[in-house]
Design a protein around this ligand. Structure first.
Ligand SMILES: O=c1[nH]cc([C@@H]2O[C@H](COP(=O)(O)OP(=O)(O)OP(=O)(O)O)[C@@H](O)[C@H]2O)c(=O)[nH]1
Length: 633
């Protein structure tokens, strides 16, 4: 796999695409980049005549779009992204810049100018690395542009108007979409096709490679850096926590003239070359193919060890101890948690190797991520979900072979109980119940902001989160939409245990908790119903009952918001969700078109899907009027 490592460097980062363009989202999603979409509010009104060249205008517009999003996220949502990507596509012909047509006449004006001629398409792209210092947003901006030449055939008036009436030109630079009907107008394309569509992917990957893996200084004159460097060089770099510092080191280093100032992936952190790597490098600082190892496969082989190390360190509350007091030596932690010193030291070293802890001569410290996500009182603690993964999912996955052979969930093998009995257990044992709720709360709290902001929900005055468990999403909704009244509807046993998960702050409009079973009891009235991480869990018969009931209580114009991870149409992405299916629940994960189809069956229309690039995507659909729904059935 030659392409992914450079994008893989972004996996552990909060990446935001500051663009409403569905094409940009698709291009980046298709190559496996996970990102959040936050469309920019920057109005494209810069004075074109003040730029010496059209590409400067495109770059500046892209920069303003991205900066607006970075600032807004930092100030308004108190969430500083790691990276914001912005882009702007323009067309130039006869020294004029064409953007998106404002109406059909404007589209006509643009397309008739392009008819029979060659024009240029420029996309300016900006990558902003953000950080927060003393609550101030700090940015490092990288920009570039790409030009592609496109020639149109002579367009007859009839063809031109037929194309305009298709509606395609309206949201596209220059008034055409080369990827669809507009492709029929094109005689030739010289350059990157995706640049015309709105995002120069090839140049973007090269830019990332340059940023994250600058070539060794002493080899620069030998290196024609026009392709994405080879994989193993990248993969030998660590991912995760240390990434941002490695980016800074590389950036700083690339500005230095002396080769000794370059910190590269074949040097250790003290700048000393590691013996085994040096002799294997070719002139470009890239490992020779004879020395290549299948890193990805090796990582997969070892993945279970890493998971278990994380689970055990979490279960033993090592991250909690280190959050309270650090640095701590292995003996201190062993004493606190009652484990052997030698075993504890090995586990702590493993956690340091995985980038979860820092090891210093004074002892071990939590990384920032460990404080935020792994300590049980961390702001976005995943502790509950990690314990659930260890105690519940791990035993199930050890029986994966039987699960695949039999095509069924392996609760009987893993826990000696049938699925139904195990489920009932959840609501009998207080400890298991709390553990399960803590797991659900971890994920709901972590994803609440994404789900609540994927669409503008301010038009809804009342919402009901069906199966809303601890109310994590409900609390986020009332924070973002202070005029909204939110009800959480869940089983009585769940509601009875939800009080310990409530945030300490007081809200003016509190969340209302109502107990009931959404398969049998009356559903509270609401303008917006929410099903977050519900549908994938249930078999079709149950989903039929649930959606039928929601559809019946939903008034025309009311809406349903579904939060799930939406699979790509091939159902191989995102891998986390595809792997989740292996637990063989009776439910299933769905693609965007499957959700759309499913919801339409129950009278929901105008389905919009937002791929957030994070843990949960969202699907919003509206209830049709009864008459039109029945007419269709
Ligand atoms: O052949 C094609 N050419 C252009 C496009 C699409 O056109 C728009 C260009 O507009 P802009 O760069 O201003 O981007 P917006 O859509 O307004 O989104 P932002 O939120 O990023 O400003 C872009 O969507 C291209 O994809 C096309 O589809 N085909």
């Amino acid at each position: 796999m030659v392409l992914s490592p450079v994008l893989g460097k972004l996996v552990s980062k909060r990446v935001v695409l500051a663009s409403a363009s569905p094409r940009r989202q698709e291009i980046l999603t298709n190559v496996g980049l996970r990102f959040e979409v936050v469309p920019s509010w920057f109005k494209e009104t810069l004075e074109k005549s003040s730029f010496a060249a059209p590409y400067e205008y495109a770059i500046e517009t892209a920069k303003q779009k991205a900066l607006e999003v970075a600032n807004r996220m930092h100030v308004k949502h108190l969430r500083t992204p790691d990276i914001v990507i912005g882009a702007d596509t323009i067309v130039t012909v006869d020294e004029q810049i064409l953007e998106k047509p404002v109406d059909k006449q404007d589209a006509y004006r643009m397309l008739s100018r392009l008819s029979g001629k060659e024009h240029s398409v420029f996309t300016g792209v900006v990558i902003i690395h953000c950080s927060s210092k003393d609550n101030q947003l700090e940015t490092e901006i990288t920009d570039f542009y790409e030009e592609t030449k496109v020639k149109f055939s002579d367009l007859s008036e009839e063809l031109l108007w037929e194309y305009i009436h298709s509606g395609e030109p309206m949201d596209k630079a220059g008034g055409y979409g080369i990827q669809a009907l507009g492709g029929m107008l094109v005689e030739y394309v010289h350059g990157d096709f995706l640049n015309v569509v709105g995002f120069p992917l090839n140049h973007f990957c090269k830019k990332l490679a340059e940023l994250y893996y600058p070539p060794l200084k002493h080899t620069i004159q030998h290196t024609k850096h026009d392709s994405i460097p080879s994989v193993d060089t990248f993969e030998s770099l660590s991912d995760g926590e240390s990434e941002s510092s490695s980016f800074k080191e590389h950036k700083g280093a690339s500005k230095l003239d002396s080769p000794s100032g370059v910190i590269c992936n074949s040097e250790n952190s003290s700048g000393v070359r590691t013996g085994s790597v040096v002799p294997l490098e070719n002139q470009n600082g890239v490992l020779d193919s004879a020395a290549k190892v299948p890193s990805k496969i090796l990582d997969l082989m070892d993945g279970f060890k890493a998971s278990k190390a994380l689970f055990v360190a979490s279960k033993l509350k090592m991250f909690d101890h280190l959050k309270k007091r650090s640095p701590l030596k292995a003996e201190d932690i062993a004493n606190e948690v009652g484990t052997s010193v030698c075993g504890t030291e090995r586990l702590l070293d493993a956690c340091a190797a995985l980038g979860l802890l820092e090891k210093t001569p004074q002892g071990y410290n939590n990384t920032d991520s460990a404080n935020t996500y792994l300590a049980s009182d961390g702001e976005y603690s995943l502790h509950g979900y990690i314990i659930h993964s260890n105690d519940h999912l791990w035993p199930l996955f050890t029986h994966l072979e039987s699960a695949v052979k039999e095509g069924s969930r392996q609760n009987h093998r893993a826990f000696g109980k049938k699925t139904e009995d195990l489920f009932n257990d959840y609501y009998q044992s207080q400890e298991v119940k709390q553990r399960f709720m803590a797991a659900m709360h971890s994920i709901a709290h972590l994803t609440a902001r994404d789900v609540a902001t994927a669409f503008d929900l301010s038009e809804f005055k009342t919402a009901c989160d069906l199966g809303g468990c601890t109310g994590a999403l409900a609390h986020e909704l009332i924070q973002i939409y202070p005029n909204m009244k939110v009800t959480v509807f869940d089983l009585p046993e769940v509601i009875a245990n939800s009080s310990c998960f409530q945030p300490s702050e007081q809200y003016t409009a509190p969340v209302t908790f109502v107990s009931g079973d959404f398969f049998t009891d009356d559903l509270p009235e609401a303008d917006l119903y929410i099903l977050s991480r519900v549908l994938h869990d249930w078999p079709d018969e149950k989903i039929h009952v649930l959606l039928n009931r929601i559809s019946t209580v939903c008034r025309p114009g009311s809406a349903l918001l579904v939060a799930e991870t939406v699979l790509d149409e091939q159902k191989t992405h995102p891998p986390r969700t595809v792997l989740q299916s292996l637990s063989m629940t009776e439910g299933k994960q769905r693609s965007g078109s499957e959700y759309k189809q499913l919801l339409e069956k129950y009278g929901f229309t105008n389905t919009q899907i937002k791929i957030t690039g994070n843990l949960l995507d969202t699907v919003l659909c509206f209830k049709k009027s009864q008459s039109s729904w029945h007419a269709q059935k």
